[in-house]
Unconditional design. Structure first.
Length: 148
């Protein structure tokens, strides 16, 4: 299963660069009809991958991760910033996932301050699923802002 997660993230990166990489900075940050911007989705993908993998590694979130979470929806980003962060996060995520692949996927884990129960495997599946969901939203928003 970790290979499937890695493949999903590779496809996510490829699709985001293909469909969102040509946007101007104005388009990246535009919120048509008040929906989340493409830049938000790119920031959220990077932040959520990092947070979910921290939980998968059995760690709590640190102050930097919590600060990034709070700023995800408010920040205005340049293309270089969001795509640089995206590529860096996907590269680090691949290393972290390969390391986790040596563990028992049924190992219990918890998520969040309320320590909701899950498993290592459940978190890895959620990394791929959550990223793909926001890739779709980013691409849809990109097509709208590029066409307007």
């Amino acid at each position: 299963m970790p290979r499937a997660v890695l493949h999903a993230l590779e496809l996510a990166a490829e699709d985001l660069h293909k469909w969102c990489g040509m946007l101007t900075e104005e388009q990246l940050n535009k919120r048509p009809e008040g929906v989340a911007s493409v830049a938000f989705h790119l920031r959220h993908i990077t932040g959520s991958i990092d947070r979910l993998l921290s939980y998968a590694e059995g760690r709590r979130l640190n102050a930097e991760q919590l600060s990034f979470l709070k700023a995800e929806s408010d920040a205005v980003s340049t293309a270089a910033e969001v795509f640089g962060l995206l590529d860096q996060t996907f590269g680090l995520a691949a290393t972290r996932i390969r390391r986790l692949a040596t563990h028992n996927l049924e190992e219990p884990r918890t998520v969040g301050q309320r320590e909701l129960p899950t498993t290592l495997g459940g978190l890895l599946v959620h990394v791929a699923d959550h990223a793909q969901r926001h890739v779709g939203q980013a691409i849809t928003t990109a097509r709208i802002v590029a066409g307007s």
